[in-house]
Design a binder for this molecule. Structure first.
Ligand code: FES
Length: 91
């Protein structure tokens, strides 16, 4: 497998969050590197980044609810959107 140089990560997958209806008890894997094509979730592509500096963030919820998950990957409150995407240049 060809590795990607570890620069310009995390990538901005999208400059908007995504509203997700989550189920209680289910484990969600939030993408931290921005490469995944299954945003906002991980699909394992972080393994292609040289030095393996990223892995998914596992999150679980107590109740069914709707949450806004970050896709720009620059939030300071991962995996939730904190509005940081508004300060980034769009992709
Ligand atoms: S989508 Fe990343 S902070 Fe909003």
């Amino acid at each position: 497998m060809d590795l990607l140089p570890n620069d310009n990560f995390p990538r901005i997958a999208a400059c908007t969050p995504e509203k997700i209806k989550v189920e209680p008890g289910k484990i969600y894997s939030w993408c931290t590197c921005g490469l995944s094509e299954k945003q906002p979730f991980c699909n394992g592509l972080h393994n292609k980044i040289e030095g393996a500096p990223y892995k998914s963030m596992k999150v679980q919820f107590d109740k069914e609810e709707e949450v806004w998950l970050c896709r720009c990957k620059h939030t300071k409150t991962p995996p939730f959107c904190d509005g940081t995407h508004k300060t980034l240049k769009s992709v």
